[in-house]
Design a protein around this ligand. Structure first.
Ligand code: LP5
Ligand code: MN
Length: 248
């Protein structure tokens, strides 16, 4: 039988920095609608970190059931879902991945999508001027530290995370804005290391923008994803390239 409608072009979606939590139920609602509407039409969804306000360990899965169920339902429809750790949810592990029907990607990850080399990252590792944060990052990303942290009871971990969140907010208020952005040389080094991909997509800085770069004669677009504090935001990638898609 001849098809009546024009087949919609295949596309992938990229989001980050939703910071889902109980105290902002509207964002969770918007995300669940996003899954049913935009994501259901995509071939893949890439969640590039800080999906949750914080993740205390996979033994807290039951806390996030509606979100995990919705992701699993999308995955069951054949939409591939990928997740990269952010600085707030780097403890999300394989039990989380199984419950959400997704695949965890290392940071950074280089992919070929729609004929383009695309480098994906959360973005925090590029903020190399933030010395205090980078020292902290190195400590908590060490497997031995994570093992010891995860051995503590969930309630103890949550109390420590709460203390850390307060300390982080306090320290951030004393940091210069420029320190909390990516370092240009760190970006250049990463792009050289990955052999000049056409696209770099990352989040973390909450400064959504397109930065066209030229590195050693190669044109590279650095796309920064927006957070979901005021409204949802996502990037769409298809054969024609990247475009920004603000959500209602
Ligand atoms: O997330 P964002 O953008 O607001 O801020 C980040 C950096 N802050 C963080 C901390 C998280 O926001 C808090 C929640 C994380 C939950 C992780 C769970 C497991 C770890 C639990 C450990 C107890 O990532 C912020 C950057 C900012 O991005 C911009 O790039 O500046 O970094 C900081 O503010 C960190 C401080 O500069 C250094 C903190 C040293 C803390 C030392 C150990 C404290 C242990 C406390 C508990 C006992
Ligand atoms: Mn982040």
């Amino acid at each position: 039988m001849a098809s009546t409608g024009r087949k919609q072009e295949a596309f992938s979606l990229f989001i980050s920095d939703l910071h889902l939590c109980d105290s902002r139920p509207a964002i969770t609602g918007q995300f669940l609608r996003f899954l049913q509407q935009q994501a259901a039409q995509a071939e893949a969804l890439y969640i590039l970190g800080d999906f949750f306000e914080y993740w205390a360990g996979d033994d807290d899965l039951s806390h996030h059931q509606p979100i995990l169920q919705a992701l699993r339902a999308l995955s069951a429809q054949g939409i591939r879902i990928y997740f990269m750790h952010g600085n707030r949810d780097f403890l999300a592990g394989e039990a989380f991945a199984a419950a959400a029907g997704l695949t965890i990607l290392p940071d950074p990850t280089l992919l070929t999508l729609y004929g383009k080399q695309v480098l994906l990252s959360h973005g925090d590792a590029l903020c190399t001027d933030d010395i205090a944060y980078q020292a902290f990052r190195q400590q908590v990303r060490a497997p031995i530290w994570q093992q010891a942290f995860l051995q503590q009871p969930l309630s103890v971990r949550k109390a420590q995370i709460e203390a850390l969140r307060q300390r982080s907010e306090q320290e951030k208020s004393g940091k210069q804005e420029s320190i909390m952005d990516v370092n240009a040389e760190a970006v250049t080094n990463l792009l050289r290391q990955y052999d000049y991909p056409e696209l770099l997509i990352h989040g973390h800085t909450h400064r959504p923008a397109l930065h066209p770069l030229e590195v050693d004669g190669h044109r590279i677009d650095r796309w920064v994803l927006g957070d979901w504090y005021e409204q949802g935001s996502c990037l769409v990638l298809d054969q024609n390239g990247v475009r920004n898609q603000p959500l209602d």
